[in-house]
Write a protein that binds this ligand. Structure first.
Ligand SMILES: NC(=O)c1ccc[n+]([C@@H]2O[C@H](COP(=O)([O-])OP(=O)(O)OC[C@H]3O[C@@H](n4cnc5c(N)ncnc54)[C@H](O)[C@@H]3O)[C@@H](O)[C@H]2O)c1
Length: 356
């Protein structure tokens, strides 16, 4: 299926050049614009991957800001530019402070800045933890669909790591037509596992929810396995756990030991991005000295350039591309602009005459 990106609305096509108004978009507005639109967002993410695949984007490496006094924390900058009909540039600036969770504060917080294609002026600042979770979940649901096309469609899903991202991924799977007979749940934190199980019950799922006290039993009993932990290094290394050839969405990127990837078909979102920052694919490259273990990108699969054999596990490791944040952020902005609900900050840009 070929999907098209929605056409851009203002302020991109202003002629003659003018300074665009500056809008601030709250998390509540973002959620209102995205909620219940899972199929549309997955289509948007698919179209954006295709655009990135043909090179109509700029997506430099993410920049990781780390702190000697807070080694588990980081803030990542993801600059990006999309061409096509969207024509927008921007930056996601996203913090990950895992210790927040114990205090009841979400791990990740973020803003997304959108920049005008013609003047370079920032024209919006959006709350972006919801945008980030949404594009991550949409990309996972898209991958689950494409990577299971040549094998029986999974009916048993298992989640290893059950925080916010796991919840969004389940919402996107359910919102794009997946239903499961069994849903496995495993987390090192009993509170997280219980909270996620509670969410599943409220979501109206008809599947039987089972909390596993080991990753092994969960993986062995799931045809679709989602990793959404905060593990910094591999904690799953036994290849025999994958003997039934599941589809694996390795969203947290660092859970699987090299031997698991070497026994599987490996699909990434972007090769250069994914082979960095000690992700599991990066560890395999360091171990083997080559990239032969990679089958290709999800775009390669969607374009038919890469086939996914049913006789092996398939692992999708998405680094997470800034172009997806931009596409989803611009979608939110356009929705609010067309309904007249943008909150504009008057006089945000003030020194607008060169010589006063
Ligand atoms: N690839 C991408 O595009 C992308 C985008 C967004 C988030 N992420 C990643 O998704 C992951 C989850 O994010 P979140 O916001 O849901 O985090 P979160 O802190 O809300 O939840 C993570 C959960 O994982 C559990 N956990 C940690 N180690 C575990 C282990 N070894 N086994 C089982 N459970 C374990 C924790 O107890 C916690 O409940 C993070 O690693 C984040 O970086 C990836």
């Amino acid at each position: 299926m070929t999907t098209t990106l929605p056409a851009a609305t203002t302020p991109q096509q202003a002629d003659p050049l003018t300074v665009p108004p500056f809008a601030v978009v709250s998390g509540a507005q973002v959620q209102g614009a995205l909620q219940g639109r899972e199929p549309e967002i997955v289509e948007l993410v698919e179209a954006t991957y295709r655009l990135h695949g043909v090179g109509d984007s700029v997506n430099p490496p993410s920049y990781f800001l780390r702190f000697p006094d807070r080694p588990s924390s980081r803030i990542i900058a993801l600059p990006a530019s999309i061409g096509g009909q969207l024509r927008v540039d921007g930056l996601k600036w996203i913090s990950s402070f895992p210790e927040n969770v114990a205090a009841g504060v979400p791990r990740a917080s973020a803003v997304l800045i959108l920049n005008d294609h013609d003047t370079g002026y920032p024209f919006a600042c959006l709350e972006a933890s919801i945008i980030s979770a949404t594009r991550t979940a949409a990309s996972a649901a898209l991958a689950a669909d494409w990577l299971s096309r040549d094998r029986p469609r999974p009916t048993r899903v298992g989640f290893v790591g059950t925080g916010l991202i796991a919840r969004y991924i389940h919402t996107f799977l359910a919102g794009t037509g997946w239903s499961f007979d069994q849903i496995g749940v495993h987390d090192l934190s009993a509170d997280s596992a219980a909270g996620f199980s509670g969410y599943l019950q409220q979501s109206g799922t008809t599947g039987q929810v089972t909390v596993h006290d080991s990753a092994e039993t969960l993986i062995r009993s799931s045809d679709l396995v989602v990793f959404a932990t905060v593990a910094a290094e591999p904690h799953v290394s036994d290849v025999s756990w994958f003997d039934h050839h599941p589809v694996v969405l390795h969203v947290s990127l660092r859970d699987l030991a090299p031997e698991i990837l070497l026994a599987s078909t490996n699909v990434v979102d972007d090769v250069e991005h994914c082979l960095k920052a000690n992700t599991s694919p990066h560890l395999v490259e360091q171990l083997t000295g080559n990239r032969d273990f990679l089958a290709g990108t999800l775009d390669d699969v969607m374009a038919g350039r890469v086939m996914v054999p049913a006789e092996k596990p398939v692992i999708f490791s998405p680094f997470g591309l800034g172009v997806l944040d931009l596409a989803v952020g611009k979608y939110v902005y356009d929705k609010l602009a067309s309904s007249g609900d943008l909150d504009i900050i008057d006089d945000f840009f003030h020194e607008l005459r060169r010589h006063g």
